[in-house]
Design a protein around this ligand. Structure first.
Ligand SMILES: NC(=O)c1ccc[n+]([C@@H]2O[C@H](COP(=O)([O-])OP(=O)(O)OC[C@H]3O[C@@H](n4cnc5c(N)ncnc54)[C@H](O)[C@@H]3O)[C@@H](O)[C@H]2O)c1
Ligand SMILES: O=C(O)[C@H](O)COP(=O)(O)O
Length: 528
């Protein structure tokens, strides 16, 4: 039977044609994204779901998607898809990481000009017959400083265009290498510096814990009077209430927003404020970008559904059908090692080393290295996947080393990942037993044997009597159920590690209190 795909958001008809040409049945319902109940009702009938940002693929939708094998996002952001839930169900999530980036960068540049010359207001006034020539006094962008927060795919294109406009471009991005900054012609700066020096600020990061509210009242207070702020990335990067105050007081000279905390944004504290320009999430809405993403997503999804080929997947490596059975458990291990290290890494990475020992060294370790790299980079780059990870690592000046050797220790197969940052080196190793389940067997040289679950707590401490009791009592008092408890230590009284699986995500408050326990050096929540 031919695979069936549902397109639940507005996509270029090119996608429909490509699916048909490749032998995939397609159901085009461009407004379904708005109708949550209907989506839940019919999703069980499809093998593939093609979306943009209107369709929210929640845990509930995934639970109802009994036959779904692939979700294809015609665009970049996948924050409307519950990827862990999809992964847990074996559903591949793909996106089209570059198809709309030029278009979105151009929208940000358009916002810069619209703000500099108050074009929307001047247009409204002129067409209302007012001819207010003396009311509108603009600024040149030439020679002005543009601060870019997040200099990845889109931020880099904005930088390139702004350099062409003779702007001075400065960028804050903890993962931007010095070499890449030089190549882009931007000056790499700290965030406070960017706030202090910029005439225009544009945001191009994903919305993650670290970037939520990255511009708030405190940040605005540090900025130049009359600063202009552009957000064509994700609602929530700027605290909307704080920006509203800034616009009202005149501290902020203007703001151009394409994205909002609540979308569709039919009401918002920013609407109607002086020099505030809004567009309804149009960043990717050009004919060219929509053709690109529709064509690409349909080809990728059809290739997977018909031939089993995987590309641009965010939760699955690209491997051929022949290699799959042997590699799969090791890909999972490499992904876990990378994810573990990536979630603990907070500064720029300079090197990543993968050591393969025993049986695994004879396999196609490229796929494993790519899986580990993608997982290391994933907490910072929402669009990274097995395909793009090596290029992104290269672009960011991260030295990647692969070492293969014969079995030396007790394990038949062994993978060790070492991540070097500007501040430290961290290694984590694992193996796959005959049951094909990956295990973590060494962290920072300390031996243990742990399986990773969805919600984990990683604690480093000084090995002293009483710690385990205090720690377990705290979790117990909070009603947090411990699923597995793994301990390891350097030697009696020295550095020790606890890796604990719990049944639900732990709150910031509990993490803070674990971190404050006597003897604890670091406490971190990890999720897999
Ligand atoms: N408005 C639209 O229609 C539209 C269209 C496409 C993409 N987007 C959004 O634009 C954003 C950027 O997309 P992209 O393709 O350039 O992504 P990307 O992953 O290529 O780049 C994101 C950059 O943010 C950086 N970053 C991560 N954490 C940071 C932090 N704490 N501070 C500063 N920088 C940080 C990363 O290092 C990376 O360089 C995403 O949020 C995406 O969803 C919006
Ligand atoms: O992440 C993206 O690609 C953009 O936000 C575009 O979203 P859209 O496809 O809904 O316009």
């Amino acid at each position: 039977m031919a695979p069936r795909v549902l397109i639940s958001d507005k996509l270029s008809k090119t996608a429909v044609q490509i699916f048909k040409d490749r032998g995939v049945e397609v159901d085009y319902q461009p407004d379904l994204g708005k109708d949550k109940e209907k989506l839940l009702e019919i999703i069980g009938n499809y093998d593939g779901l093609a979306i943009r940002s209107n369709t929210k693929v929640t845990e509930k939708v995934i639970a109802a998607a009994t036959h779904l094998r692939v979700i294809g996002r015609a665009g970049i952001g996948v924050d409307n898809v519950d990827i862990p839930a999809a992964t847990a169900k074996g559903i591949i999530v793909m996106n089209t990481p570059f198809g709309n980036s030029i278009t979105t960068a151009e929208h940000a540049i358009a916002m810069i000009f619209a703000l500099a010359r108050q074009i929307p207001e001047a247009n409204a006034s002129t067409q209302a017959g007012k001819w207010e020539k003396n009311r509108f006094m603009g600024v040149e962008v030439t020679g002005k400083t543009l601060g870019i927060i997040g200099c990845g795919n889109i931020g880099s294109i904005v930088a390139d265009r702004a350099v062409g406009l003779k702007m001075r471009v400065i960028a804050f991005d903890p993962f931007l290498s010095d070499e890449r900054a030089v190549a882009l012609g931007v000056e790499k700066v700290e965030l406070e510096d960017l706030f202090r020096r910029s005439d225009f600020i544009t945001l191009h990061t994903p919305l993650i814990d670290k970037t939520r509210g990255i511009i708030d009242a405190k940040a605005i207070a540090q900025m130049k009077d009359g600063v202009r702020i552009i957000n064509c990335a994700r609602g929530g990067l700027v605290n909307e209430a704080d920006l509203a105050e800034g616009l009202k007081s005149g501290k902020v000279g203007g703001a151009g927003f394409d994205v909002f905390v609540e979308e569709p944004a039919t009401e918002n504290a920013l609407f109607g404020l002086p020099n505030f320009i809004a567009t309804p999430h149009l960043g990717a809405s050009t004919t060219e970008a929509q053709e690109n993403v529709a064509l690409q997503v349909a080809e990728q999804m059809a290739d997977y559904l018909v031939k089993g080929a995987v590309s641009n997947a965010l939760n699955m490596p690209s491997i051929t059908a022949e290699e799959a059975p042997r590699l799969t458990p090791f890909v999972k291990l490499a992904d876990q090692l990378g994810s573990f290290a990536g979630q603990l890494t907070e500064t720029g990475i300079t090197a990543i080393k993968l050591e393969y020992e025993g049986d695994v060294a004879a396999l196609n370790v490229k796929a494993l290295t790519n899986a580990a790299l993608a997982a290391v980079l994933r907490p910072q780059l929402q669009t990274v996947n097995m395909v793009s990870a090596p290029a992104i690592a290269r672009e960011r000046g991260i030295a990647v080393e692969e070492v293969r050797r014969e079995q030396q220790g007790a394990y038949e197969n062994y993978i060790r990942l070492t991540v070097t940052t500007e501040k430290q080196e961290r290694s984590v190793a694992g193996t796959v037993f005959a049951d094909t389940k990956p295990r973590i067997i060494q962290i920072k040289g300390i031996n243990m044997e742990a399986e990773l679950g969805r919600h984990m707590l990683y604690v480093t401490n000084k090995d002293k009597p009483g710690f385990i009791g205090r720690f377990a009592s705290l979790l117990g008092a909070e009603g947090i159920n411990i699923a597995t408890f793994n301990l390891g230590r350097q030697a009696a009284g020295e550095d020790a590690i606890a890796l604990v699986e719990v049944d639900e995500a732990i709150s910031d408050d509990v993490i803070g209190r674990v971190g404050a326990l006597e003897g604890v050096v670091q406490a971190k929540r990890l999720s897999f």
